[in-house]
Design a protein around this ligand. Structure first.
Ligand code: PLP
Ligand code: COI
Length: 354
C-alpha cells in the first residue's frame, strides 16, 4: 500500500540536541539529527514507516545481523540553498541501488514509495539540521539489517529499514595519499562487491589500517585475479587524468556503480573533456607518473565528493602528482556541487526538490 509524506506518523523528540551543534565546524558523520525513520519487515511485508526520536535499537542476541551479516546501506546528501529550499541529488538512483544490494543479500526489497516518502517526512521533521554553510550538507544513511532470529545459516524472516542523518563537512580532513594494494582483495567475481553490503567495508578495515600505518589514507583495490588493474578505493571510485584524457575503469560485479562517478563522466563530456572508460593497468599509472603524463588522480563519491589524490604508493615507492593549473578535479567539483546546491542549471535533471 502506498503512503504519502503526510500520512507518515511523526513522534517528535522532547529533547532536541540541535543547540549543541557547531554548524560552522562540522566533521563527517559524527553527530546525528534528532529523528530517524524506522520501518519493520514482518510476516512477509514492510509495515508503515514512521519518524521517531533518534534512539538506540534493542536487538535479541540471536538476531541474524550479528551472525550472518545481512546488512546493507546507502549514502546520500541533502543540501539547503540560499532560500532554505532542500535539495537532493539523484535519490532514486540510491533507492534502486539499495534494492540491488538487497536482492544480492537475500533481503526483501523496500518499495520506492516507502523509501522516498519516508525520506521526505524525515527531512521535513529535521529540516533545521541541514546545514547551509559552504561545503557542508546533511549526510543521510539509509540501511536495512536482519532482525529475525536464529542460528540457522539462512535469511532472516524479519528486517529493519532505518534512515538517519548527520550534518557533515568534508570526509577527508587533509591530503589524500593512496596505496595500491596487491595482496588483499576487496571483492571477487560473482561476489558482493557491487553491493553496499556492510561486510565489504569490514573486510577492508584491516588492510586499510596497514596502509594508514604507512601514511596512506585509502587503499586502491586491484582486481582479485591478477592484481594488475586498479578498481576502486575504499569509499570512492577513482579517476585518473593522463595528459588531457580523463579515465576511469568500468564497473563490474566487483565494483560499486557510483552515482558520483557516472555523473562526473557526463559532466566531463559536457565540458568537452575527453573521457575513456577502460581497464587501467597499475603499470600504466607507474609509467605515466614517471614520464610526467599522469597529471591528476581523484576519488569520487557522495561522502568524498571529489577528493584530489596527492600521490600513490606502489611496491614501496611513492609517486607524487604535480600541481596542475587547469585541474579537472577543481572544475568538476565546482560543476557538480553547483548542481547539488542549486547554484547552477540542472541540465541533466538530477536535482530533486524535497
Ligand atoms: N565505492 C565505494 C566502495 C563506496 O563506498 C562509495 C560511496 O558510496 C563509492 C564508490 C561512490 O559511490 P556514490 O558516488 O554513489 O556515493
Ligand atoms: C558514501 O560516499 O556515501 C559512502 O557510503 C562511503 C562511506 C564509506 C562513507
Amino acid at each position: 500500500m502506498d503512503v504519502t509524506t503526510n500520512q507518515i506518523s511523526v513522534e517528535k523528540t522532547k529533547n532536541t540536541k540541535i543547540n549543541d551543534v557547531d554548524f560552522d565546524n562540522l566533521s563527517f558523520g559524527s553527530i546525528y539529527m534528532d529523528h530517524m525513520l524506522v520501518c519493520d519487515y514482518k510476516n512477509g511485508a514492510w509495515e508503515a514507516p514512521k519518524v521517531v526520536p533518534y534512539q538506540p535499537i534493542s536487538l535479541d542476541p540471536s538476531a541474524k545481523i550479528f551472525h550472518y551479516g545481512q546488512s546493507i546501506f546507502e549514502g546520500m546528501k541533502a543540501y539547503k540553498d540560499d532560500s532554505d529550499t532542500i535539495w537532493m541529488f539523484r535519490p532514486l538512483d540510491n533507492h534502486k541501488r539499495l534494492n540491488l544490494s538487497a536482492k544480492r543479500l537475500a533481503i526483501p526489497e523496500i518499495p520506492e514509495n516507502y523509501f522516498m516518502e519516508g525520506l521526505k517526512a524525515l527531512l521535513k521533521t529535521d529540516s533545521d539540521w541541514i546545514p547551509q554553510s559552504a561545503g557542508s550538507s546533511l549526510y543521510i544513511r539509509p540501511f536495512i539489517f536482519a532482525t529475525g532470529l536464529g542460528f540457522h545459516a539462512s535469511p532472516a524472516d524479519e528486517y529493519k529499514f532505518v534512515i538517519c542523518g548527520a550534518p557533515s563537512g568534508s570526509y577527508f580532513s587533509g591530503e589524500v595519499k593512496v596505496l595500491i594494494e596487491e595482496k588483499y582483495s576487496r571483492s571477487a567475481n560473482g561476489g558482493v562487491g557491487f553491493a553496499k553490503a556492510g561486510g565489504n567495508y569490514a573486510g577492508q578495515f584491516y588492510p586499510t589500517k596497514l596502509a594508514q600505518d604507512k601514511g596512506y589514507q585509502q587503499v586502491i583495490w586491484t582486481d582479485d585475479n591478477t592484481h594488475e588493474y586498479i578498481e576502486e578505493a575504499g569509499a570512492m571510485n577513482v579517476f585518473v587524468r593522463i595528459n588531457d584524457t580523463l579515465l576511469t575503469c568500468p564497473t563490474s560485479d566487483r565494483i560499486l556503480d557510483g552515482i558520483t562517478r557516472k555523473s562526473i563522466l557526463k559532466i566531463a563530456e559536457d565540458q568537452g573533456i575527453k573521457t575513456e572508460v577502460r581497464k587501467i593497468k597499475v603499470q600504466e599509472l607507474v609509467d605515466a607518473a614517471k614520464d610526467g603524463s599522469l597529471k591528476e588522480m581523484f576519488g569520487a563519491g557522495t561522502a568524498a565528493v571529489i577528493s584530489p589524490i596527492a600521490g600513490f604508493g606502489f611496491r614501496d615507492t611513492d609517486y607524487m602528482l604535480p600541481t596542475v593549473e587547469d585541474s579537472y578535479a577543481t572544475l568538476l567539483k565546482e560543476r557538480i556541487t553547483s548542481i547539488q546546491y542549486n547554484k547552477a542549471e540542472d541540465k541533466f535533471g538530477w536535482r530533486f526538490k524535497v
